[in-house]
Write a protein that binds this ligand. Structure first.
Ligand SMILES: [Zn+2]
Ligand SMILES: [Zn+2]
Length: 327
């Protein structure tokens, strides 16, 4: 197999040849057809997340086809089209696993962070955490659904049922969430980097009723806002934009420090919360919705060996939609 490997945070990934990985009991091996590039991969590569397994193959938005089935796997078979998400394994017995919150598991494994991921031609995954996908479909277009879509879905659920929803950072996650929110009958307000006219036009094309700079106040008070950009100074801005009793959800795994702000921004029962990871239930719900809602993803393809370029383009905000690696 070939893989793009991170040996030390802060260094470019290296293309390496390895023996094909063999699945253990309860695992499957998947031939990767497409792997999305998520902002979380940047946080891993840049050393902003603690204790990655090193060396690590990043990538947790994997679409592929099962080519070897390990012992004891019953629900999956060779040839099936599957998706492998960020949540790679949970312990099943901690307080959180037992209370239906496996996303908060005390001893989880995460794909492309603490177990090898999909910047590769092949990957091994725990069969219990693999999603079955429809047999037919565009693999590259499906890949961003595995994290941008899934975490987007969880953050949308946690934002409540308000009709006026703000999305801060109009990248891979927001461009999917905007479509889901529109189909739910919500009004979408898109906030981008100041001056990013292309991203604002992209947001309007996907149904946003307003698009502007994150430093602007929207024309209406919002019921809720979701922050996808990893920028802590957006938190007080989003709190300023939501109504009394409104909610602000931070959807990223990493964010720069939040500057201090007056209590009056939180006062009047405004909520501020984060979203961590996903549960398998989120995935079952989301893929059920996707098949009916006709979500269209915008992707920018890169060959596997150009993963460093894809990461650099994401870092610089040069992408519209989601980068996808094609081995
Ligand atoms: Zn657990
Ligand atoms: Zn991700």
């Amino acid at each position: 197999m070939q893989a793009m490997v991170l040996e030390r945070p802060g260094e470019p990934l290296k293309l390496v040849e390895r023996p094909d990985p063999q699945p253990s009991n309860g695992e499957v091996r998947v031939r990767v057809a497409a792997c999305g590039v998520c902002r979380t991969d940047l946080h891993v590569v840049d050393g902003e997340l603690p204790k990655p397994k090193l060396p690590i193959v990043p990538g947790h938005e994997i679409v592929g086809y099962i080519d070897v089935v390990g012992q004891g796997v019953e629900r999956l078979d060779v040839g099936m089209r599957v998706g492998i998400p960020w949540l790679g394994r949970t312990c099943g017995h901690c307080y959180y696993c037992r209370s239906d919150r496996e996303n908060l598991c005390d001893e989880p494994l995460f794909t492309g962070y603490t177990r090898d991921g999909g910047y590769a031609t092949h990957v091994v995954a725990d069969a219990q955490y693999v999603f079955r996908l429809p047999e037919a479909g565009d693999d590259a277009a499906t890949a961003p659904l595995l994290c941008a879509g899934l975490i987007g879905w969880r953050s949308l659920k946690l934002s409540g049922d308000g009709t006026k929803i703000g999305l801060y950072g109009f990248g891979a996650a927001a461009h999917i969430v905007a479509q889901v929110a529109r189909r739910q009958g919500r009004d979408v307000y898109a906030f981008t980097r100041p001056g990013d006219a292309a991203a604002q036009a992209f947001a309007r094309k996907l149904g946003a009723c307003w698009a502007g700079s994150s430093e602007e106040r929207p024309p209406d008070e919002l019921d809720c806002a979701i922050i996808y950009a990893p920028i802590g100074s957006l938190v007080p801005l989003a709190l300023m934009a939501v109504r009394k009793g409104g909610r602000v959800v931070c959807a990223g795994i990493h964010m720069s420090d939040i500057p201090s702000f007056p209590y009056s921004l939180l006062w009047e029962e405004r909520d501020l919360k984060s979203v961590a990871h996903l549960t398998r239930k989120d995935g079952d719900e989301f893929f059920g919705i996707v098949s009916k809602a006709g979500i269209v993803t915008e992707t920018v393809p890169y060959p596997l060996h150009r993963a460093n370029d894809a990461l650099a383009d994401l870092r610089k905000g040069r992408l519209q939609g989601a980068a996808v690696l094609l081995p």
